[in-house]
Design a protein around this ligand. Structure first.
Ligand code: HEC
Ligand code: HEC
Length: 472
């Protein structure tokens, strides 16, 4: 009898499984499910009979902190040598040798065991999950891998494989558990044991939203952006710098694990949202009050879980994959079309006029003297999800925290203090927060604003632009 999870592997190829061994301990508890999932009715979360629900689908694709899985659909560099089966072995023979092809072949080895995993093809979707075999000898000259045990499924030429798959994510996970988990939490929900004491709160990666990116508009953070955050920390917050504590390789590996957690969280959130309008506890209650029978609703959900959800899974997975891949494209980065306008008194004054102008409205939030006390900080806002007023006045970010406009008189810039960092901040905005994108302003005007903003801490009295050269 197939358990729901095993049954699904019949449809689910393209998974790489990484068992992380030797890691029991307090830091290794389970991934939690997000708020949209936990609002669903039990049947939508956990499935009906053999049909998997949202949580099962998530676990199948991302695993647990002890056994991470990753989906080759997603632009994650798990590590390992990817290649293909060069020739289909003779089915009648006991398969103990495989001809493999790699774009970058691993070096020869003999004796020490290496894991080989099938990513596509029959062996990728067997009842017990993707087939994992141990290779004991590899000869790059002949392209022959000697296996420790016989294969239970005969692979075909062209089936994708990975040798030593996932060491990057495994290593990233270990580092994350050592250095980040107490603030950012096991699931990357920003809810580690230290988090309640911190303002601003550690980032909840699960929205897939990062604040300080060099990328435009809706694009995600690039790997380079995340690395820069780890190198510099976020000044004015509890987010520390990890240089020189972590070396090059370690920084890369932990960045990849952050991307993994972000993609997991975002995938979950979007998948659960597809079901929430009809199958959240609240929606079902309303439907029952409206005269529908609970049994009919469950029957309808059964159809969804056996059919429609597969379209959602592909659609949501593709969407997440495309957005993260796009952030790595060269043209995703904000590049000024004109070089920096010289930082003169005149430029600062133009910048100040733009800052105060009604159209642009920086002062609405940051206040006329830039102290972060504009009129927008005193109004009561509605929570866009619940439709109710927040208890406290002021702007709120997508994580539902009060979002204080920066006090620009202090000269502390979280996304970096270089002029180009501030240019990107004004151009792209600060994602997930109320700092908007001003991408439609002429780039020259953005430079005037940058010159003005950088001069604010040096003003002798508000609005009286300090003369150029005073700063720094
Ligand atoms: C002492 C607590 C603490 C630790 C430890 C910590 N962080 Fe953070 N981190 C924060 C806080 C607080 C923020 C949010 C700052 C803000 O909103 O401006 C943050 C934000 C971030 C961001 C978001 C950047 C953006 O542009 O949105 C990333 C990525 C990040 N941390 C990664 C890590 C990684 C990786 C580690 C471990 C190597 C780590 N952090 C360790 C507190 C911490
Ligand atoms: C609707 C409100 C709003 C408007 C309008 C607004 N900001 Fe902001 N701004 C914010 C908030 C909120 C933050 C802090 C976001 C965060 O980090 O959580 C911020 C942060 C900043 C920062 C800090 C960047 C850093 O790296 O720390 C700068 C600089 C800035 N704004 C400049 C401007 C300029 C210049 C304008 C006008 C062109 C402007 N803002 C318009 C709300 C606003």
């Amino acid at each position: 009898m197939l358990t729901p999870i095993n049954r699904q592997f019949l449809f689910l190829t393209g998974l790489v499984l990484l068992a992380v061994t030797g890691c029991s301990g307090s830091g290794d508890s389970a991934f939690v499910y997000g708020p949209v999932t936990t609002q669903l009715i039990r049947e939508a979360r956990g499935g009906i009979d053999e049909l998997p629900g949202v949580e099962d689908h998530l676990d199948m694709r991302f695993g647990t902190p002890q056994e991470i899985r990753f989906w080759s659909k997603l632009p994650l560099n798990g590590g390992g040598h990817f290649g293909t089966v060069a020739e289909s072995p003779d089915a009648s023979a006991a398969v103990k040798e495989l001809k493999l092809e790699f774009s970058e072949p691993p070096a020869a080895f003999d004796g020490e065991p290496h894991t080989l995993q099938f990513v596509t093809g029959a062996a990728a979707g067997s009842e017990d999950g993707p087939e994992r075999v141990v290779v004991v000898r590899w000869d790059p000259e002949t392209g022959t891998a000697r296996l420790q045990n016989r294969l239970s499924t005969v692979p075909a030429a062209g089936d994708q494989i990975v040798l030593d798959g996932g060491h990057v994510l495994q290593h990233g996970r270990t580092l994350y558990h050592r250095h980040c988990v107490h603030c950012h939490g096991v699931s990357g929900d920003g809810n580690g044991p230290t988090a309640p004491y911190l303002t601003p709160r550690p980032r909840d990666y699960r929205h897939g939203v990062f604040k300080f990116t060099s990328t435009d508009g809706q694009a995600k953070a690039s790997r380079a952006d995340l690395r820069r955050i780890l190198e510099n920390g976020i000044p004015g917050t509890y987010m520390p710098s990890f240089v020189p504590m972590l070396d090059e390789q370690e920084l890369n590996d932990v960045v990849e694990y952050v991307r993994f957690l972000a993609m997991r969280g975002e995938f979950e959130r979007r998948l659960a949202t597809e079901l929430a309008s009809d199958y959240s506890r609240e929606a079902v209650l309303t439907r029952v009050e409206g005269g529908e029978s609970r049994q009919d609703i469950i029957n309808e959900l059964r159809d969804v879980l056996s059919e429609d959800i597969y379209d959602h899974l592909e659609f949501v997975g593709d969407g997440v994959a495309e957005a993260w891949a796009a952030a790595e494209e060269e043209d995703a980065v904000v590049v000024p079309s004109v070089s920096r306008v010289p930082d003169t008194l005149e430029s600062r004054q133009i910048g100040r006029e733009l800052f105060l102008s009604k159209d642009i409205g920086c002062a609405d939030c940051h206040g006329i003297s830039g102290q972060g006390n504009g009129p927008q900080t005193t109004i009561f806002e509605k929570n866009p999800v619940t439709g109710e007023l927040y208890d406290e006045p002021g702007l709120h970010d997508v994580w539902d925290n009060v979002n204080q406009p920066r006090d620009l008189t202090r000269g502390i810039y979280r996304g970096g203090r270089r002029p180009i960092d501030l240019f990107r901040r004004i151009h792209a905005g600060i994602k997930g927060t109320r700092m908007p994108s001003f991408k439609n302003l002429p780039h020259e005007q953005i430079w005037h604003l940058v010159n003005y903003v950088l001069s604010i801490p040096f003003e002798t009295e508000p609005g009286k632009a300090a003369s150029a050269g005073d700063q720094g």
